[in-house]
Design a protein around this ligand. Structure first.
Ligand SMILES: Cc1cc2nc3c(=O)[nH]c(=O)nc-3n(C[C@H](O)[C@H](O)[C@H](O)COP(=O)(O)OP(=O)(O)OC[C@H]3O[C@@H](n4cnc5c(N)ncnc54)[C@H](O)[C@@H]3O)c2cc1C
Length: 484
């Protein structure tokens, strides 16, 4: 492709398309002046790679990719975009599952991958400041080497970035005890769409000065500002961990046990649920011990702490709670190699589903008391439309990923049935007090569902905030709101 030639999105978008200019040869040469020749990519291979993330079935190529190395360069790129009116889509590791990093209006993909330094680790105040492009697992390893702990643990941690985690308020198995990314951010360094660099928050554990811009930017999916660095809280690494695998012969029993664990104060660091079909698919990839493989539902728990007696006491309490529901033969793994083998079952589900069928993942979240009903409802809406539903995920947070599988349906029927099934599922989810995404964000692919999760008045305030931060609308356009 020739530099400067605008690529039209593969999918239809709305009329906002006309408000952006293509990246002209002049804009490209100004970008190269700012970032150097190797800081701007326009070759077709790169454009294809930055035109997808981990969302199924979507592909929007940018016209160019910018690879800044400093916040000043990010600011200069945004300044130029405002002047030349091309769209800018921030990009982290490209692991997003709602199409947030896809440049749906073309323009520039602004990748933070080269801003990947740890600026400092403060072992006295238990904080770390790192740049947005740092891979999450690199951050975790660096602090763990010092005996410290940064708990947010999206399963994609080997390839997602801190900035992407902040933009999505990423969570993971441990969030049922430790909270999501937002619970660990003290302050942000970010660049507004007009090129102004701001700092939010402070280095203190408390700060009541003015509006909390830090928390507003977290979860804003790259639509309000580009995050260039974050000051994060750390804690001490728990010395001990236990993993419990509890195979239930009924889904209802497993789901009821989840709520009881929290009421009884077992305080699991992770509490994951996999229903029978998820186990069956994983078994195609990796051997699963018989006593787990035939379960109607498997609960995987992690307990952590520093006192082994107290930990074993909590494990015994968890076993009692399971037995109140039905007789459950629990496996307790104390050695890290045994724990790893159990966690592999959970970690392989996504790949097992992907290898089995084309699918669409609905990131449902409900009050814990509704977990069994959620799985029943998912099965029903899928069956009514000749689909299959596979449910698994972060039960401790009430957050189950419902995978709707295409099987051998024709493409047009699949699309129609999938959309209808998903819409009915989300209508039910919100009717019981849940939401249309627990951790993957609205992005591009879930925009039509935002009105189910937020009243019109709230959406109006969100739009007003978007206009205040980004009056020209050049930053990650086409995301979150259905009809810009
Ligand atoms: C196998 C797999 C497992 C996953 N497991 C989990 C999980 O357990 N929990 C979970 O929450 N998610 C999970 N995800 C989803 C995904 O990894 C997270 O949403 C992650 O936070 C995305 O980070 P990223 O760096 O890849 O961001 P990208 O996908 O590149 O971008 C995501 C969004 O963030 C914006 N963005 C990126 N960087 C910046 C920045 N510096 N400033 C402003 N905006 C920015 C983008 O514009 C986009 O809107 C998983 C994904 C996969 C593929």
């Amino acid at each position: 492709m020739e530099p400067g030639l605008a690529i039209r999105p593969i999918h239809d978008t709305d009329s906002t398309m006309t408000q952006f200019e293509p990246l002209t040869p002049d804009s490209l040469s100004r970008l190269r002046e700012l970032l150097g020749d190797n800081g701007v990519l326009t070759d077709p291979v790169a454009l294809s790679a930055y035109g997808v993330d981990e969302t199924e079935d979507v592909d929007f190529r940018p016209e160019a990719i910018a690879l800044p190395e400093t916040k000043e360069q990010v600011a200069a790129v945004l300044g130029l975009a405002g002047e030349a009116r091309f769209a800018v889509t921030p990009r982290g590791g490209g692991t997003g599952l709602s199409g947030g990093a896809l440049p749906v209006y073309g323009g520039l993909s602004l990748s933070l991958e080269r801003l990947n330094r740890i600026r400092f680790i403060d072992e006295v105040n238990l904080t770390v400041e790192a740049e947005a492009g740092l891979i999450t697992a690199d951050l975790q390893r660096a602090v763990e080497d010092l005996g410290l702990f940064y708990p947010p643990d999206p399963a994609s941690h080997d390839s997602c970035q801190l900035g992407g985690n902040i933009a999505e308020d990423a969570a993971g198995p441990r969030s049922c005890k430790y909270g999501t990314t937002r619970n660990w951010v003290l302050g942000l360094e970010a660049v507004l769409s007009n090129g102004t660099v701001i700092r939010t928050g402070s280095a203190t554990r408390k700060n009541a000065a003015g509006y909390n811009l830090t928390q507003l930017l977290i979860g804003s999916e790259g639509t309000l500002a580009v995050v260039t660095a974050a000051l994060l809280k750390l804690t001490n690494m728990p010395r001990l961990r236990l993993t419990l695998a509890a195979p239930f012969s009924s889904l209802q029993g497993a789901a009821r046990a989840v709520s009881r664990l929290f009421v009884a104060g077992v305080d699991p660091a992770a509490c994951e649920l996999m229903e029978a079909r998820a186990l069956e698919l994983v078994a195609r990839l990796t051997p699963i011990p018989d006593q787990l493989a035939n379960a109607a539902a498997l609960l995987l728990l992690e307990l952590d702490g520093d006192d082994s007696d107290a930990l074993l006491e909590r494990a015994a309490k968890a076993s009692d709670i399971f037995d109140e529901q039905e007789q459950v033969e629990v496996i307790i793994a104390q050695e890290s190699s045994d724990q790893r083998r159990l966690w592999e079952i959970r970690e392989k589900i996504a790949i097992a589903v992907r290898e089995y069928s084309v699918y669409k993942e609905a990131d449902t979240v409900v009050p814990r008391s509704e977990l069994a009903n959620l799985v029943e409802k998912a099965r029903r809406v899928a069956k009514d439309r000749q689909l299959e539903a596979v449910c698994y995920g972060h039960a401790g947070d009430g957050n189950l990923h419902v995978n709707l599988l295409r099987g051998d349906l024709a493409a047009a029927t699949w699309k129609r049935n999938r959309d209808a099934a998903e819409a009915e599922l989300f209508e039910w989810v919100t009717s019981v007090g849940g939401s249309v995404t627990g951790e993957h964000g609205i992005g591009w692919s879930q925009r039509r569902y935002l009105p189910l999760a937020a009243l019109p008045g709230s959406i109006e305030v969100m739009r007003a905030l978007k206009s205040a931060f980004d009056p020209a609308g050049i930053l990650n356009p086409g995301k979150i709101f259905a009809d810009e």
